[in-house]
Design a protein around this ligand. Sequence first.
Ligand SMILES: *Cc1c(COP(=O)(O)O)cnc(C)c1O
Length: 386
Amino acid sequence: MASTSHHLQTQLIHAGQPQPRHAGAVVLPIYQSATFEHQGQGSYDQVRYIRLNNTPNHLALHAVLAAISGAEAALVAASGMAAITTTLLSFLGTGDHLLAQDCLYGGTLTFLNEEAAALGIEVDFIKGNDPASWARCLRPTTRLIYVETMTNPLLEVPELEAVVGFARRRNLLSVIDNTFASPANFRPLALGFDLELHSATKYLNGHSDIVAGCVMGRRAHLAQITRRLNHLGGTLDPHACFLLHRGLKTLALRMRQHDENALALARFLEGRPEVERVNYPGLESHPQHQRAKRLFSGCGGVLSFELQGGTAAADRLIAALELPISAPSLGGVETLITRPATTSHAGLTPQQRAALGISDRLVRVAVGIEAAQDLCADFAQALDQF
Ligand SMILES: *Cc1c(COP(=O)(O)O)cnc(C)c1O
């Protein structure tokens, strides 16, 4: 069994393994059973049933996720959005108010603007790098502050230390979507955040073959979220639990390669005359490079850049590349490429995109774990065609 003194790499392999092993199995088998024999449990939440996220496969995952994030407790959910929406609905109700960063994952933004608004939950959007402006948005009903570790697709790093301090002084719950860093690169709970959320679809699973989510934090908070999830029904099925657990074992190895590859590609692109601007916090030219260096052990696999020549040039580049696949999402072993204005941010108006600094010609790359030399060579041959 892994102890809290072990490194992340060791916890990923050993935390959550049942003692004794079930029938001696080195790998925890899939418990494909909807319901389990009653063992005298007193409460509804303790009855063993897949929807209650408490089968052996769920419990093992909860232990690994809590260990690697330094949390008292963890919970898996059917998707990143299930984890995010269930968490928000566990602490916010009609008449409550929250502060949320202005550049959020599209699904989260739409949830706040449409579903949460319909329930009478009010939101003010704040600039992650302007802490002086946050207090002006406070109301007597403000309960929570919500940010992301790095924004998509510009990779801005908000003033994360200031978020923690502000939340403590104002008695707000601080919640962070740490998908873009993963616990291998950044541990928000150690910095003082109350709750850490992930789309486990991305780096945690790492193989682009399931959709899953999770939340980590203090035991009392997790009990509240678990109860809400048990009612809302966003469960992760045991087979997806098994795949997520398998993917997690190589998280540290994969992240090291994502970090190295993205930095190599960012440096390569920055050196090309056809490229005007590269956004990657690992580059010295990035406005929050010092903060990223201080807080993160790596900056992950996502970068974005602008080419000279507008959207036609961007589309030509994407078509000329041989390795990157033109597809949304991130965090898998294969490199993916998109133009956010036509994919992740297509739901915004051109004015909204412009206000966030997302131009139509911006290209986003989710760098995989191929050889960095091969990726740079592929971008070189594509740019050479210009
Ligand atoms: C993908 C993503 C989500 C949503 O996760 P799903 O697993 O697709 O529901 C939330 N936040 C971030 C930062 C993401 O990248």
